[in-house]
Design a protein around this ligand. Structure first.
Ligand SMILES: Cc1cc2nc3c(=O)[nH]c(=O)nc-3n(C[C@H](O)[C@H](O)[C@H](O)COP(=O)(O)OP(=O)(O)OC[C@H]3O[C@@H](n4cnc5c(N)ncnc54)[C@H](O)[C@@H]3O)c2cc1C
Length: 574
């Protein structure tokens, strides 16, 4: 199995790298799918314990109701316009009220207002006066310091004057199907993805790590390469005449995706994939009222789009790195001022998670980002866009979706802050606020449970596709698990499958084996022919790039590193 270290380089983002196979490396991160899954199996119990069983991490303070959607005109404040309305099925009137989207989206469980300074002073140990429940340690929940820092990637929840928000229980409001759909959700997702349009000037060519190599490019790509080459030469000429000339190119290079922009997109898409996974896993059939995993929902939204699953795994790698990095800074953190026992227990649980996350080194290398000359302005742009995504969350017209949307954007924001603002060598380390820590660890827990759900869904898909293997428990056939992570499954909460899937399979006939073999031979034949057909084009690109390198050498310029190599074909693609 490829380990994190043996492949720790930025892979080329082409479709083949999205092949969801245990050995594939998640591009832009440095770990294979199976390494990440194995890590998740190890760390998930601690993550669940931390987020479900500690007062500190199971409550979140946010301003859920008093903020206006700043992006489109809505007279009624909270996205009350028709486009934002929650709707899934046409005849909602016909279904019982409790199964309607409007009900499903409502917040559940206890909630409490942020106490004013006076109450905080008078009742330091019970500032919420038992509103979240008698057993909740309020000194673990209330956040006293409301200051925010310009290094934040999210809009701090306490930004608007006066409204400090409410404390809500994350355990009482699981992220699951709510029925929020249609124009309302589409507008929000569209607005979020629009934030990915970075300014061209933010991207110097040196940031274009991992760009598609000419060997795999199209004709348009070749054309771009030639133009870029000419442009680079022109700049170099100018630089020779005037050493003050800036080496930043004028825009052609942004047709390529630079690493930072790709990371931004992947974070958003991975978050979207995680939300989709949860709503498909905890799905309500609004006509029968039954909650169950919805395989069709998963297949349509995720399985048919392996790049979305790849983005989900990428986010897991990114957050794992952030959690591992923050670990040492939490050794001296006080989680509960008024309850030393709970404080110690919470810290022990936090450290179990951070140490688990640190057990696979080099999962993501943040030092490769924002490191060139334009780093600071690019970082600024990156941060502002991320803040905008947080603001867009106020346009989500369903309370529970808005809650989890805000928790997760704050969680990714905190992760980015840890990755890009924490320098372990420097004494100037920004402090993470309570809200940020809660969001960070809960977002990690969301990704962790999405990965587990994807693993089980994958097993269900395989069981559907290969009925002869249906005798084994879905998602945990010994053979498959050994492929994926080298351990036998044994999860007690495997989903119930329809009865037909549980029947023992009939033994394979010679005919079945013959057809399977024939299919493999056909696929191998296709792969060979495809290789032959592509060979002249590949050769042409190799010659072109070598000539260009030769020319650079001849005129005394630094020679561009070679972009092609001999590699064995990837048999996973068969
Ligand atoms: C912030 C937020 C939180 C939400 N939380 C919940 C929730 O908790 N429960 C719930 O039931 N619903 C929730 N929703 C609604 C849910 O995400 C979907 O919008 C809804 O189920 C409708 O789905 P859809 O099939 O129309 O496609 P959508 O998921 O709305 O996707 C819109 C379009 O985006 C593209 N797309 C989809 N997934 C990805 C991806 N991963 N990467 C890149 N592009 C993609 C596709 O082209 C798709 O057509 C939430 C929506 C938002 C905006």
């Amino acid at each position: 199995e490829p380990t994190a270290t043996s492949h720790c380089e930025f892979a080329v983002s082409n479709h083949a790298t999205y092949q969801i196979s245990p050995k594939s490396i998640v591009s832009d991160a440095c770990a294979s799918y199976s390494t990440l899954e194995k890590l998740n199996r190890k760390v998930k119990p601690s993550v669940d314990e931390l987020t479900k069983e500690t007062d500190f991490f199971s409550h979140y303070r946010l301003n859920l109701f008093n903020k206006r959607c700043p992006f489109w005109n809505d007279e009624n404040g909270m996205c009350g316009n028709i486009a934002c309305a929650v709707n899934t099925i046409d005849n909602e009137e016909d279904i019982p009220k409790i199964w309607r989207a409007s009900e499903l989206g409502k917040l559940e469980g206890p909630s409490a207002k942020h106490p004013g300074k006076k109450i905080q002073r008078e009742r330091p140990l019970r500032p919420l006066q038992g509103l979240l429940g008698e057993n909740v340690g309020e000194s673990c929940v209330v956040e006293y310091d409301d200051e925010c820092d310009e290094r934040d990637y999210c809009v701090p929840e306490d930004e608007s004057a006066g409204a400090k928000g409410d404390y809500v229980s994350l355990v009482h409001n699981p992220e699951r199907f709510t029925g929020f759909a249609g124009e309302g959700s589409k507008m929000v997702w569209d607005a979020i993805y629009r934030e990915n349009c970075f300014q061209k000037s933010s991207f110097p060519s040196s940031a274009s790590l991992g760009e598609t190599s000419p060997v795999q490019g199209s004709a348009a790509q070749d054309f771009r390469n030639v133009l870029q080459h000419a442009e680079r030469q022109q700049l170099q000429q100018q630089h020779l005449q005037n050493p003050n000339t800036n080496f930043v190119q004028t825009g052609l290079e942004v047709a390529e995706e630079c690493l930072e922009k790709r990371v931004f997109y992947r974070v958003v898409s991975g978050m979207h994939a995680s939300i989709s996974t949860h709503l498909c896993w905890d799905f309500l059939n609004q006509t029968t009222g039954q909650w169950h995993p919805n395989l069709k929902c998963y297949t349509e939204r995720l399985h048919k789009h392996p790049e979305r699953i790849s983005n989900l795994y990428f986010n897991y790698a990114l957050l794992t790195r952030a959690i591992a990095k923050i670990g040492p800074h939490l050794q001296d953190y006080t989680f509960c001022t008024g309850d030393p026992d709970q404080d110690a227990a919470t810290k022990a649980k936090v450290l179990a998670v951070t140490e688990g996350a640190a057990s696979v080194p080099q999962i993501f290398d943040e030092s490769l980002m924002f490191k060139n000359g334009e780093g600071p302005s690019l970082k600024e742009d990156f941060r502002n866009r991320f803040r905008n995504v947080s603001r867009i969350m106020d346009c989500v017209g369903c309370d529970k979706c808005r809650l989890w949307g805000k928790v997760q954007t704050a969680g990714y924001g905190a992760a980015l802050k840890v990755l890009f603002e924490f320098d372990n060598e420097s004494p100037d380390v920004p402090e993470l606020k309570r809200t940020e820590l809660v969001a960070l660890f809960n977002t990690y827990a969301r990704l962790s449970s999405s990965m587990e759900a994807v693993r089980k869904f994958r097993g269900m898909v395989e069981a559907e596709e290969a009925p002869e293997r249906a005798g084994s428990t879905p998602g945990s056939s010994k053979e498959e698990d050994e492929d994926w992570d080298g351990v036998e499954s044994g999860q007690e909460d495997e989903p119930e499958l329809p009865p037909k899937k549980k029947q023992r399979s009939k033994p394979k006939t010679t005919n079945d084996v013959f057809h399977q073999e024939l299919e493999l031979v056909y696929k191998a034949f296709k792969a060979v022919i495809r290789g032959w057909v592509n060979f002249p084009k590949t050769l042409f690109h190799i010659i072109l790039s070598e000539l260009s390198r030769l020319w650079e050498y001849y005129i005394g310029l630094p020679v561009t590193p070679r972009v092609w190599e001999f590699r064995r074909p990837n048999l996973d693609e068969l």
